[in-house]
Design a protein around this ligand. Structure first.
Ligand code: ADP
Length: 455
């Protein structure tokens, strides 16, 4: 079988496999072990200057090949154009997007440096799979260096309507670069519609025909097993005792402005103010590990959330009850799975999210006999696979409060039915199937792919 080359901003630490591996590493695990593979990307190290010889660590049939980046290049490419320009734009938040020509130049320079290092290492029959918004120009850069291999792209985040995306300076250049890919995978049908329109808008109908949806999933069974096992852990037991039989609402997100946390906190405050029966009967745990502290918006959000927590607890707490528990540390996955299983409500209200894996993890973690209720933003990509969730508009705190009230009062039978409706896809459409489907489309793509949609 030919080799698979995965290109992503970050390369997993080959030493940290299993429980600590990131989602993408888990999803690709099967594909990477069944054939010879290369995982190529940034080493995680900052050097004097970008470039030099890539480092290579080989484990079994996988070669982890990584490049160091210079401090300035990394800042402009990562904190700059990727996280302060592309991330907000792709999540429909043009008002938060900043643009700086030098950041953009840094983004292009890093993509070019990746291509310089990778091109000479590619074999003619390799399949190349590029991941996410950090690397829009990768295929175009590789093509410029004479690479004729099959190259696929998967965008893990949303793609907004064309008019919105094209407000970002240099958007058209980025779109034109996408034409270098043989298959362009997105999370949802809405994303597909948006990107196709954008590509047609710049006169690239052939590229538009190569766009298709491949919604990503989780490996649900191992996660469910973790959740069951967690109930034996001391941390889980201590937490359970601390709740004193109060119903638990859980939220788990990176601390990011796309996750709708202020609106969510406000919605919980509304629940306590409007639906008084729940006072003292419910505890909301929000786990939100700090992320991207080097981008100003994230520091502002953190302060805003600190205020919300103080306000809600200050207003509603009793001497023996804190309504909102808030942690900005990460919680180990096996413990988190147990917390999710204990929670009567999973509260997932991003303002916009490519997929949202937490929603699927919450479903996987439930006890089918006595499951909790998922309250889900209608703007998460996961909506398409979770028909049993209670949907809310995450911008409307009253709607969040009403959904929480409904979830907390929901009879067991309805909870079971709704959980069933979600579990079908969560357990069937896993991460490995996603990976197989994408690669089948990419490796099946031939020269006529230009005329026909791949799926
Ligand atoms: P995003 O990719 O935007 O962070 P997702 O919901 O798609 O959002 O994926 C987040 C992943 O990170 C999930 O697998 C989730 O379990 C994990 N995660 C999020 N917050 C925490 C946390 N506080 N502790 C441990 N894992 C977390």
């Amino acid at each position: 079988m030919n080799r698979l080359v995965v290109v992503a901003n970050r390369v997993p630490d080959p030493a940290a496999r299993g429980a600590t591996a990131g989602g993408l590493a888990v999803a690709l695990q099967d594909a990477l072990t069944r054939r010879e593979a290369v995982w190529f990307g940034w080493s995680g190290r900052i050097a004097e200057a970008t470039g030099g010889e890539p480092a290579e660590t080989r484990i079994g049939r996988i070669a982890y090949t990584t490049l160091d980046l210079g401090r300035e290049d990394h800042r402009r490419y990562y904190a700059g154009f990727s996280n302060a320009s592309l991330w907000p734009t792709l999540h429909y938040r043009l008002g938060l997007a900043q643009f700086d020509r030098q950041d953009y130049a840094g983004y292009r320079a890093v993509n070019a440096a990746f291509a310089d290092a990778l091109a000479p290492r590619l074999r003619p029959d390799d399949t190349v799979w590029v991941h996410d918004f950090h690397l829009f120009p990768m295929a175009a850069e590789l093509r410029r260096r004479g690479c004729g291999q099959r190259i696929g792209f998967f965008l893990h985040v949303p793609f907004p309507p064309a008019a919105l995306f094209c407000a970002l300076p240099r958007a058209e250049e980025l779109l034109a670069d996408l034409a270098g890919y043989d298959v362009i995978g997105l999370q949802t049908e809405d994303d597909v519609t948006n990107l196709r329109a954008a590509l047609i808008g710049i006169g690239q109908p052939e590229a538009a025909a190569r766009v298709a949806a491949f919604p990503i999933g989780i490996e649900a069974e191992p996660f469910a097993a973790l959740a069951v096992k967690a109930l034996e852990k001391r941390e889980t037991e201590r937490f359970r005792l601390s709740l004193v039989e109060r119903a638990l609402i859980i939220g788990v997100d990176r601390l990011d402005y796309t996750k709708g946390l202020p609106q969510r906190f406000c919605g919980y405050g509304q629940l306590l103010a409007r639906f008084k029966a729940h006072r003292s009967k419910v505890t909301y745990l929000q786990v939100a590990p700090v992320s991207r502290g080097d981008v100003a918006e994230y520091r502002t959000l953190r302060r805003e959330l600190d205020e919300w927590v103080g306000r809600i607890n200050g207003q509603h707490a009793e001497p023996d009850w804190a309504p909102l528990r808030y942690m900005t540390r990460a919680v180990a996955r096996p413990v988190l799975a147990g917390f999710m299983r204990m929670a009567r409500v999973g509260l997932v209200t991003p303002l916009r999210d490519g997929m949202n894996l937490v929603a699927k993890e919450y479903v996987a973690a439930q006890d089918p006999e006595d499951p909790g209720v998922l309250v889900l933003s209608r703007f998460a990509g996961a909506v398409a696979q979770l028909p049993g969730a209670l949907l809310v508009n995450p911008l409307d705190p009253d709607e969040i409060a009403e959904a929480l009230d409904q979830a907390l009062r929901m009879p067991r039978e309805e909870r079971q039915q709704r959980w069933q409706d979600c579990a079908v896809s969560v357990f069937r459409d896993g991460a490995r199937a996603w990976c197989r489907d994408f690669l089948a489309a990419l490796e099946g793509a031939n020269d006529t792919a230009a005329e026909e949609p791949v799926r």
